[in-house]
Design a protein around this ligand. Structure first.
Ligand SMILES: [Zn+2]
Length: 249
């Protein structure tokens, strides 16, 4: 059992006494095209975290189910029904409070697994603010975006026609393939978006231009997604992240 929410308090206390790495999946409630659920980022960050925890004897906290604001050039933007955005300060406060509470219970090793592109700097801010409060306890905190661990050999197998990059991969081949691997019942295969990649200029506009974003909500085609590609990525991400976690802790 690796999920903290499934443990009783004596079980949690007994596990924490063994100094586990506690993983914190950071997701969002955000549109992921017509074919994936709004909770995709939390689902995938939790699945990745679970694989890591099982390998290193760690624990997984419930995922942060909401995240920083979806941006047009990385998540499609706020105008899609269901996309539910937190202010940056709220995300940072959630992260800071969560660290303070885990440290209060005796946790000294935490790893934030970010599954929502826009969360990156606000999770970092929450960690940094928390370290001012609890840094003297010896707590050590790792943070990562799981897709950054993709290796050239995996890119060659998953993207034989070229890798569009993590930002444009919103609701596309990586996330759709991983969902087909972890939770196939959540993928509407008859609604896979298949259109050209969005072509964004190198600046942002406020209010944002909706016409910059493909109407599907995906930023590039998901047509090439398969469960097999999902398995390849899931296994490589797990192995690479486990190696990094072991190296740091
Ligand atoms: Zn996503």
């Amino acid at each position: 059992m690796v999920h903290v929410s499934d443990l009783s308090w004596p079980e949690y206390a007994e596990r924490v006494a063994r100094d586990p790495v506690v993983l914190v999946p950071c997701g969002a409630l955000e549109q992921h095209g017509p074919h994936l659920p709004l909770g995709t980022d939390a689902i995938l960050a939790s699945a990745v975290s679970t694989g890591i925890a099982e390998a290193v004897g760690g624990l997984v906290l419930p995922a942060l189910a909401y995240g920083y604001k979806s941006m047009p050039k990385s998540g499609g933007g706020a105008h899609f029904p269901g996309t539910t955005n937190l202010d940056g300060g709220t995300v940072a406060s959630l992260v800071r409070d969560l660290i303070r509470e885990q440290v209060r219970h005796g946790v000294r090793r935490l790893c934030f697994v970010v599954g929502h592109y826009e969360n990156q700097w606000f999770v970092t801010e929450g960690i940094d603010l928390a370290m001012r409060e609890v840094g003297h306890t010896g707590v050590r905190i790792m943070r990562l975006e799981y897709w950054d661990f993709i290796e050239p050999a995996t890119i060659e197998r998953v993207f034989p026609d070229g890798y569009p990059g993590a930002a444009l991969e919103h609701a596309a081949v990586i996330e759709t393939s991983l969902m087909l691997h972890y939770q196939p019942h959540h993928v509407r295969l008859d609604r896979l978006p298949d259109h050209r990649s969005a072509d964004f200029p190198p600046y942002d506009m406020f209010p944002p231009h909706r016409h910059w974003v493909p109407s599907s909500g995906a930023l590039t085609s998901a047509k090439a997604a398969t469960a097999e590609k999902g398995r390849i990525m899931a296994e490589q991400f797990r192995d690479s992240i486990v190696a990094a976690v072991r190296r740091e802790f």
